[in-house]
Write a protein that binds this ligand. Structure first.
Ligand SMILES: Cc1cc2nc3c(=O)[nH]c(=O)nc-3n(C[C@H](O)[C@H](O)[C@H](O)COP(=O)(O)OP(=O)(O)OC[C@H]3O[C@@H](n4cnc5c(N)ncnc54)[C@H](O)[C@@H]3O)c2cc1C
Length: 498
């Protein structure tokens, strides 16, 4: 029977990160992936050779000393992950559909704030208060600094105050509140449900700089893949854990895999959705209270996405993120039972295909299981006609909104595909169709760290913070628990040259 120091379940960015960190610290590691390929939501897909992103379009925290930049340095892959910074001018555009008001905002907190004050001079004080709170929270959050991260970070007062409460306290203008809460789409929780602390932990790095990555999530997957052999990381795809055997004193000694192999390991780290973790674990070892806590987790938003290219020589085409908002109140737009239009985020980018530059436009609208309840049990390739009618209808609605935003796209936007939350669920194995795992609401204890079964750990996007940065951070924290605090501190110090 083969023995590993660690078995990592799931090969999304969280699984890849923890596997690499443990291997870099001398561990023998096996990754087990349910799908046919590694990478989870970092995967790209191709239509006529044009690459499209699934679960990784842009990120923040990339600038010097940003947590993502530091994580890449520690992992030794910073040279292969190349940022494409959105243009300083007009990188972010906000359009309110109800009154056709448009706001063009630049990258960088200082420039962003300066421009906001020009649009909303009467709100100068509120804007200053909002961003000084953002900075304070960002600086006081230990998990945003790799040399200070711990499994039990200091809880801030702002962890118990909602984003909505702070918006209502600091400003009056609905457009301004809408702009400042639009990044809620980047974790899929309403401003009234998310703590202002978590909002800023995700959003502040994006106010500072929004970047796309050259080759998208594939750049990450390739970088990790390249060193598997050198680091001795083994990978099994199309594989899950079937059974746990020899459980003594809440320690699992043997693991039987779906391919029939029996293994032992010192610890097993789950990087999948908390409810999927609980479904995988043997019954009778988790208390009712524990199970009920996990069962109460609600899904964060997912997305309906339309993928296409712009077939024109439009000289005004630049990489940008355009948020088209039918309402100033983002709470309404992230309400699963909202029957009206939701937000629509347009992301434009350049991709190189066989030496030629292609202009890509991806349009994403928040979506929830309530909207696809009728087809929830269907599987990709075997769905009824009514589902395809729903999809066609949605594509048409989104197309019309894109044309209203930019009539020139009417002649040049060529749609090449669309994905509903069921498509993502079936291709990415995303439990409950969500893009960001569980809704990380105020006052909630997520599933993170060592579980009641003592050699089993949980991390991933539902643990600390959602998104790629949050998923990676959770892996750093668990790596620290496993390799030991002193070893981890020395490792980080050496890698960051601090
Ligand atoms: C449409 C969409 C758009 C998004 N856009 C962005 C964005 O622009 N920026 C950003 O930062 N984040 C974005 N996200 C969120 C981001 O993709 C995730 O937060 C992050 O990739 C999650 O990483 P993870 O490793 O925790 O989980 P995942 O990527 O979900 O990886 C989990 C892996 O585990 C595997 N698995 C599942 N069950 C089992 C099992 N039982 N056994 C073995 N393996 C299993 C899955 O196949 C998968 O490979 C988006 C997500 C979606 C869906």
């Amino acid at each position: 029977m083969k023995h590993y120091d660690s078995i990592v379940v799931g090969s999304g960015i969280s699984g890849l990160t923890i596997a690499r960190l443990l291997a870099m610290n001398g561990q023998k590691v096996l990754i087990i992936e349910k799908g046919g390929n590694i990478g989870g939501s970092m995967a790209r897909f191709y239509k006529n050779g044009v690459p499209f992103d699934t679960g990784f379009h842009f990120t923040g925290a990339f600038l010097k000393n940003g947590i993502l930049n530091d994580m890449l340095i520690v992992l030794g892959i910073q040279d292969t992950i190349k940022p494409i910074v959105l243009p300083d001018e007009n990188g972010q555009i906000y359009v309110f559909e109800n009154d056709n008001k448009k706001y063009f905002l630049p990258n960088g907190v200082a420039n962003f704030v300066k421009e906001l004050k020009k649009y909303f001079p009467e709100e100068t004080r509120g804007i200053d208060d909002f961003f000084s709170l953002a900075k304070k929270i960002y600086n006081e959050t230990s998990s945003l600094d790799l040399s200070r991260i711990t499994e039990a970070p200091r809880v801030l007062d702002e962890d118990d105050i909602s984003l909505q409460e702070i918006l209502d306290k600091t400003m009056k203008d609905g457009h301004l509140k809408g702009i400042l809460s639009t990044f809620s789409m980047c974790y899929g929780v309403k401003p009234s449900e998310v703590s202002v602390a978590n909002h800023f932990r995700v959003a502040y790095g994006m106010y500072d700089s929004v970047v796309r990555i050259k080759n998208g999530g594939k750049a990450f997957i390739d970088a990790f893949n390249e060193d598997f052999i050198k680091l001795g990381i083994e990978v099994k795809t199309n594989c899950t854990i079937d059974k746990f055997l020899d459980i003594e004193k809440n320690i699992i000694k043997k693991f039987i895999l779906s391919d029939g192999e029996t293994l032992s390991c010192d610890q097993c780290i789950f990087t999948i959705h908390p409810k999927a973790v609980v479904e995988s674990l043997p019954e009778g070892h988790l208390s009712k209270a524990f199970l009920s806590r996990i069962n109460d987790f609600e899904p964060a938003a997912g997305f309906f996405t339309v993928y296409g290219t712009i077939e024109s020589d439009d000289p005004d085409f630049v990489p940008s993120i355009v948020s088209i908002l039918p309402s100033q109140d983002i709470n309404v737009l992230l309400e699963p039972t909202n029957n009206g239009c939701s937000a629509l985020v347009l992301m434009t980018s350049y991709e190189k295909v066989q030496g030629k530059i292609v202009k890509v436009l991806t349009a994403m609208e928040p979506s929830f299981t309530e909207q696809v309840a009728e087809w929830i049990d269907s599987k990709v390739g075997r769905r009824p006609g009514s589902y395809y009618a729903y999809k066609e209808n949605k594509i048409e609605q989104i197309k019309q909104r894109i044309y209203r935003y930019n009539p020139a796209y009417k002649d040049s936007y060529k749609i090449m595909g669309a994905a509903s939350i069921l498509t993502y669920r079936d291709y990415l194995n995303s439990f409950e169709c969500t893009a960001y795992g569980i809704k990380q609401k105020m006052g909630q204890f997520n599933l993170f760290g060592k579980l009641p079964l003592k050699n089993i750990y949980a991390c991933g996007q539902s643990s600390v913070l959602p998104g790629v940065v949050g998923a990676m951070m959770s892996s750093f924290i668990i790596a620290r628990s496993i390799v030991g605090r002193d070893e981890y501190d020395a490792f980080i110090k050496t890698r960051l040259n601090k």
